[in-house]
Design a protein around this ligand. Structure first.
Ligand code: AMP
Length: 284
């Protein structure tokens, strides 16, 4: 097994990456908030297909959490994460300190005009500003050629792709498919919050996407009918509270009336106090 290097210091990270670039290496970055699961590991695998070294960042980014969200209780397991990252062939864990990234006089943010006005951006108004800001900072510190993001956070992936185009980052953005538990629940660090009953209710997200997919397979393309069917599945489980279910254009997230070609069915549901998201591309 390769030795894995842990880097905390920002300058040290930049120097490491600069030397890798000078040696002609292709740097792949996998940004995460830690508490790693198989979804994160699939991103490392993708990173290994595209580059060497693979650098996985672990940082619970405070600026993407709104007031009253779960920043203070976000699960952490640093030693286990390092072990898992090493086992799956990552070369470096970049684990910066909060105060180094956001010193007291910090005042610069990256905000997109339109994409955050949809889906998760409505109930989490500062979220994508925080995401775009931290990813910009990670890009400047890690200097990757390639960065890998999961399609589970579909809106985030669009935000990053847009930001990279708009700000001329010379970085290839690679999307990775959603990794699921055997019962279909999308893997998420936040699944750790669920008790047994809630864990059962959490399967309703994928069940509802499957129900929608079955309708489309029967030739039912109307947005209202698809969303109603998805909603019926979710509300049939206890402790579920729908934040949103939307059928939208997978490129700009504008709502669509029906599935014509490809449409994104995206949803966010609270199970007890835990907010989970999932999505599926539906094809007519
Ligand atoms: P997080 O640590 O939750 O911020 O996620 C870090 C990265 O892993 C993001 O690009 C996520 O989209 C991705 N990710 C999280 N869960 C999954 C999953 N179940 N399948 C694929 N990618 C995932």
């Amino acid at each position: 097994m390769n030795d894995i290097q842990i880097i905390e210091n920002l300058r040290q990270m930049q120097t490491f990456s600069e030397s890798q670039r000078l040696a002609g290496k292709t740097i792949a970055l996998v940004p995460t908030m830690g508490y790693l699961h198989a979804g994160h590991l699939s991103l490392i695998e993708k990173g290994r297909e595209r580059g060497n070294p693979v650098i996985i960042s672990i940082f619970v980014n405070p600026t993407q959490f709104g007031p009253g969200e779960d920043l203070d209780k976000y699960p952490q397991s640093f030693e286990k994460d390092v072990e898992m990252a090493q086992k799956h062939g990552a070369h470096v864990v970049f684990a910066p300190q909060k105060d180094a990234l956001y010193p007291p006089d910090y005042q610069t943010f990256v905000a997109l005009e339109r994409l955050p006005a949809h889906l998760c951006g409505i109930s989490r108004p500062v979220h994508f500003r925080g995401v775009a800001t931290i990813v910009t900072k990670l890009f400047n510190i890690v200097k990757p050629h390639v960065a890998v993001f999961g399609e589970k956070d579909f809106q985030q992936l669009l935000v990053i792709r847009q930001m990279v185009r708009d700000l001329n980052f010379d970085i290839e953005i690679v999307g990775a498919p959603i990794v699921r538990e055997s019962d279909g629940l999308a893997m998420s660090s936040r699944n750790a919050y669920l008790n047994d009953g809630q864990r059962k209710s959490a399967t309703s997200l994928f069940q509802s996407l499957k129900a929608a997919q079955a309708l489309v397979a029967q030739g039912i393309f109307d947005s209202r009918r698809i969303i109603d069917a998805a909603e019926a599945v979710i509300t049939s489980y206890p402790e579920t509270k729908i934040d949103y279910i939307r059928l939208c254009d997978p490129e700009n997230l504008e709502a669509v009336e029906s599935v014509k070609g490809q449409a994104l069915l995206a949803l966010a549901v609270k199970i007890g106090t835990t907010r989970l998201i999932d999505n599926m591309i539906l094809t007519s």
